[in-house]
Design a protein around this ligand. Structure first.
Ligand code: ADP
Ligand code: MG
Length: 327
């Protein structure tokens, strides 16, 4: 079974960033509203995710590290979600099979908690009492220490950290009601408090995407044909030095989609922006029934039932917003 875990780990755990993504998703699933990520050496040496979610009880701790241990399948509806999301109930088992993992948690809110640790194939899960506030801390050390072939594919510390930071940025842009902190080699890189009001959200976007983006962006919020598009689009006064400032969320999930990219590009070109690259942080909300966001669990693709309506809505909303501002 350990070998099976390591093979599964190949799919789910590609690099430190993919570990962080899974751990943050677990924290969100646990209802946390504060997530602290601390990493060393781009995450290769050490990653630690601490949350204030519901925690894991003593009985469930060893189970959480077992394969297919998901506590999240309760109804048939869930099962469908599980299938489409993929890798359900395998993330922790997979990660622990290729690292030295420890999990400390408290589900009662009293000071006492429990710590379980395991390392590589020997997966000796050891339970010891440990002090921990309500919530969970997961520490992952020495990623791929026992899978040299995989370790070889890791890039420099800086590149790995870049990927990892991107995961945090997307999560933080996708969940304004969650506080995030990211620390690298002891230095705080992002400290993002819960953002509720528009001003607070704009402050968060500015701190993630750069103050220049926010100073040169227009806020849009339009609704039609059962869809809502809101967020920020850069004006031509925003000179982009950042490589790729394009974030598009569909019902809270970040996606990349040609139809979406095309609609935005066309609105840009049509109004005033010539051949300029667009920069945006946009949120599309649609009836979940008209969009399939799980075409592939890791590729961030979507399929709209009625692509033309979506394209028209995006194009006309952006066109109007940009034309209103004028050249
Ligand atoms: P999945 O998330 O698909 O259920 P995982 O392997 O990611 O599978 O996690 C296994 C189980 O461990 C979860 O179902 C959950 O019960 C528990 N768990 C993991 N992380 C946390 C966390 N941060 N807080 C509370 N429970 C957690
Ligand atoms: Mg999970």
């Amino acid at each position: 079974p350990r070998l099976a875990n390591q093979i599964a780990a190949g799919e789910v755990v590609e690099r430190p960033a993919s570990v962080i993504k899974e751990l943050i998703e677990n924290s969100l699933d646990a209802g946390a509203d504060k997530i602290d990520v601390e990493v060393d050496a781009g995450g290769i040496k050490r990653m630690r995710v601490r949350d204030n979610g519901c925690g894991i009880s003593e009985e469930d701790l060893p189970l959480a590290l077992a394969r297919h241990a998901t506590s999240k399948i309760n109804t048939l509806d869930d099962l469908e979600g599980v299938v489409t999301l993929g890798f359900r109930g395998e993330a922790l088992a997979s990660i622990s099979s290729v690292s030295r993992l420890s999990l400390t948690s408290n589900s009662s809110g009293s000071g006492a908690g429990w710590c379980a640790s395991s390392s590589g194939r020997e997966m000796e899960v050891e339970l010891t009492p440990a002090a921990h506030p309500l919530g969970t801390t997961i520490e992952v050390k020495d990623l791929f220490f026992n899978t040299p072939a995989r370790r070889k594919f890791l890039r420099t510390e800086k590149t790995e950290f870049g990927h990892l930071e991107e995961v945090i940025k997307r999560q933080a842009l996708g969940c304004f009601d969650i506080g995030f902190q990211l620390t690298h080699n002891g230095r705080v890189i992002h400290a993002l408090r819960k953002a509720t009001s528009l001003a607070e959200r704009e402050r968060r976007v500015a701190s993630i995407c750069s103050p220049a983006f926010m100073e040169n962006a227009v806020y849009i919020d339009t609704e039609a044909v059962g869809m809502r598009l809101h967020g920020w689009v850069a004006l031509p006064t925003f000179s982009r030095s950042q490589a790729d400032l394009q974030y598009f969320f569909v019902n809270g999930r970040v996606i990349r989609d040609r139809l979406v990219a095309h609609a935005i590009k066309q609105a840009y070109r049509d109004v005033l922006y010539g051949g300029r690259h667009s920069a945006f942080v946009l949120y599309l909300e649609v009836d979940p029934k008209v969009v399939d966001v799980n075409v592939h669990p890791t590729k961030h693709e979507v399929r709209f039932r009625d692509g033309r309506t979506v394209h028209n809505f995006l194009f006309s909303s952006l066109h109007r917003a940009l034309a209103d501002v004028g050249p």
